[in-house]
Design a protein around this ligand. Structure first.
Ligand code: SF4
Length: 288
C-alpha cells in the first residue's frame, strides 16, 4: 500500500539540534510562553512582574521590572482580541475518534483524565526522546499543552484541559476567552514540533467537581487570521517597553504579584466599561 503524504509525518518528530551560536549574533528574542500571552492580555504589568521575579530566582541576581515608576495605568488591555469568531461550546464528553492517537501528554499533570487506551497512546515515545516542554525556536515560544492528538489524516491538534465546567456566561476573570489565547499559543507549539499547522485547538472543560453534568469543549480556529494575530501579539509584547498596569477589579483580585505585595497599582480601579459587562451584548456573543 502506498502511504499518503500525511501518513509520512512521524508520530514522534526528530529531536531538534541546538543552534550554533555565532560570534556577534543578534540578541535572542525574549522567550515567551502561553501563560505570558494570557497574563499580558489581562495586565501587561502582571506579566512583567512575573517575568522579573522568575528571572531573579533563576539567575540569583535581583532584576527590576521594566515598567517605569509613575507609569499611567491603562483602562483595558493593549491587545485586540484574536479573530477567532464565536466558537460554539459543545456539551458532553470529549469523544476522540476511534483512529485518533495521543502523541503527547504533559507528564507533570498527573490528574489529567485518560482520553485514550494504552494502545493508542504514544506519549511515552515522545517523552523518551524530547523534553516535556515543547519549544518553538523560530517564534521563541515554549510551553506544554495538556494533550496533543493526531488524527488519522495526519493532522495534529492540542487539547487544553480545564477542571471547571463549561461556562455559558463568563465572568470576566474566569473567562473562556483566556483559554482561547492559551490554546492558540499551543497550536503554534504543535505546528513547530510536528511541522503541521493545526486547523484548530480544543479547550476541554472536564467539570471534575460537577460530576460531568456540565462537561463540554470549545474548538478554537488557528490557521489564517488567528495565527497571524498570535505572531503579531508576540511581537508587540516583546516590543512593549513599559508593560503598563491594567488595574481592574477582575484582574487585581486574582493577581499573584498583588497577593505577594509586588504591585503598586492595585488600589487604582476603573469602571468596567466593556459593553458585554453592562449586559449590552447578547450572552451568546460574549467572549469573557
Ligand atoms: S495588581 Fe492589578 S494592576 Fe497590579 S499587576 Fe496585578 S492585575 Fe496588574
Amino acid at each position: 500500500m502506498t502511504a499518503t503524504a500525511p501518513d509520512l509525518i512521524p508520530l514522534v518528530p526528530p529531536k531538534a539540534q541546538p543552534l550554533p551560536i555565532a560570534p556577534g549574533e543578534a540578541i535572542p528574542l525574549e522567550h515567551l510562553s502561553p501563560h505570558d500571552l494570557v497574563t499580558y492580555f489581562r495586565c501587561p504589568h502582571e506579566m512583567e512582574l512575573h517575568r522579573s521575579q522568575h528571572l531573579s530566582w533563576r539567575t540569583g541576581a535581583p532584576l527590576a521590572p521594566r515598567t517605569p515608576s509613575g507609569t499611567v495605568p491603562l483602562s483595558h488591555s493593549p491587545l485586540f482580541p484574536p479573530p477567532v469568531g464565536d466558537p460554539r461550546p459543545v456539551h458532553g464528553r470529549l469523544d476522540v475518534g476511534p483512529q485518533d492517537t495521543l502523541v503527547y501528554q504533559d507528564p507533570d499533570e498527573p490528574a489529567l483524565p485518560f482520553l485514550f487506551p494504552a494502545e493508542r497512546s504514544h506519549a511515552h515515545a515522545f517523552l523518551r526522546d524530547h523534553s516535556a516542554t515543547l519549544e518553538d525556536r523560530a517564534w521563541a515560544l515554549s510551553g506544554r499543552p495538556d494533550y496533543v492528538v493526531r488524527r488519522p489524516d495526519g493532522h495534529f491538534f492540542p487539547v487544553e484541559y480545564k477542571e471547571t465546567h463549561l461556562f455559558e456566561d463568563y465572568p470576566r476573570h474566569h473567562g473562556r476567552f483566556f483559554d482561547f489565547l492559551q490554546v492558540l499559543a499551543e497550536c503554534r507549539l504543535v505546528e513547530a514540533t510536528w511541522g503541521v499547522a493545526p486547523v484548530s485547538g480544543l479547550v476541554y472543560y472536564g467539570d471534575s467537581s460537577g460530576g460531568g453534568e456540565r462537561e463540554g469543549w470549545v474548538e478554537v480556529p488557528y490557521t489564517g487570521a488567528p495565527r497571524a494575530w498570535l505572531q503579531t501579539a508576540l511581537q508587540l509584547i516583546r516590543a512593549d517597553p513599559v508593560r503598563a498596569p491594567v488595574p481592574q477589579e477582575g484582574n487585581c483580585g486574582h493577581c499573584e504579584p498583588n497577593r505577594d505585595g509586588l504591585c503598586a497599582y492595585p488600589k487604582v480601579r476603573f469602571e468596567d466599561v466593556h459593553p458585554s459587562h453592562r449586559g449590552e451584548v447578547p450572552r451568546a456573543r460574549r467572549f469573557y
